[in-house]
Design a protein around this ligand. Structure first.
Ligand code: CP
Length: 310
């Protein structure tokens, strides 16, 4: 079994069978990660560069750990402190690194489409670790993996994505991933944070967080991305929190055991209160844990190794 794509640029490009293959492979790697020795020789002869042009905590560490668990040689590149600050272009940076015989590139960039642009200019496989407001495919895959662990097969399951849908690459990748897996998806937030015509992607729209919570099995709550909003799209964080934040009292009043997720980083007290984020209903840290196994699966499958994965 192999993927239908050479790069992982977005979930949009994947077939449902690709997503299922990645999730099945991740299950095997999750089992590896429970062992006393959490390392396999699978990518022993593979070099991977992590090109991060934008800040990250979870994704960068998770990819690096996944690569190390697979015994790949890893190189970490951060734009700050590199020759990018002297004016070197993205393509020149990548070509220089790849001339040192690097096989795969994991890339985060604030510009939408940056990994797609690079994929047209270099031969190595590229994994998009988040590009602008476009996609964050491995986040959607680890979200789907975590939901499946809680709920089983996602076909027909009701998933709400709540918050800043407009500026969220996690929202778009989740929508593609969940609809391809047969889940029902609703997006919920203030009208100014929901893109026009989003229904064409096969999702429902709600502006009422209580009704959304009453409907859903899972609430994937997203961060308010103030850094991407160049003009105010709601009056204040306090008002946002009052109308769209998930508090303990709101969740209790819904009287339903909803699974709470968040890709991180959380603005505590804005989109989620701390007692919800840290509650038994929350699987936020499971998402982070599962990210390593999912990224191992993606790297393994893109590397196209024929050997047994473990
Ligand atoms: N979820 C996520 O992408 O977090 P980081 O920005 O910390 O990588």
């Amino acid at each position: 079994m192999s993927l239908s794509v050479k790069h992982l640029l977005g979930i949009k490009d994947l077939l449902p069978s690709d997503i299922e293959l990645i999730l099945k492979t991740a299950e095997k790697f999750k089992e590896v990660l429970q062992r006393p020795i959490k390392k396999v020789p699978t990518l022993r002869d593979t070099s991977i560069v992590n090109l991060f042009f934008e800040n990250s905590t979870r994704t960068r560490i998770s990819f690096e750990l996944a690569e190390k668990r697979l015994s790949a040689d890893t190189i970490n590149f951060a734009a700050s402190g590199s020759s990018v600050s002297k004016g070197e272009t993205l393509i020149d940076t990548a070509k220089n690194i790849l001339s040192m015989k690097v096989d795969m590139v994991v890339m985060r960039h604030s510009a939408t489409g940056a990994p797609h642009f690079l994929a047209n200019h270099i031969n190595a496989s590229i994994v998009n670790a988040g590009d602008g407001i476009n996609e964050h495919p491995t986040q959607a895959l680890l979200d789907a993996f975590s939901m499946t662990e809680k709920l089983g097969n996602l076909k027909g399951k009701k998933i709400a994505i709540i918050g800043d849908i407009m500026h969220s690459r996690v929202a778009l990748s989740n929508i593609y991933c969940l609809t391809k897996l047969g889940a029902e998806v609703i997006v919920c937030g203030p009208p100014t944070l929901i893109p026009k015509h989003i229904e064409t992607l096969g999702v429902k729209v709600s502006y009422d967080v209580r009704k959304t919570l009453e409907w859903c099995d899972v609430a994937n709550v997203l961060r308010i991305q103030l850094e991407r909003q160049n003009k105010p799209l709601f009056s204040s964080l306090r008002e946002y929190s009052m109308y769209y934040g998930i508090s303990r009292s709101l969740l209790d009043s819904v009287k339903k055991d909803i699974v709470i997720m968040h890709p991180g980083p959380i603005n505590r007290g804005v989109e989620l209160s701390s007692d919800v984020a840290d509650s038994k209903q929350s699987i936020i840290l499971d998402q982070v844990e599962n990210g390593v196994a999912v990224r191992m699966a993606v790297l393994y499958l893109l590397a196209g190794k024929k050997d047994n994965l473990i």
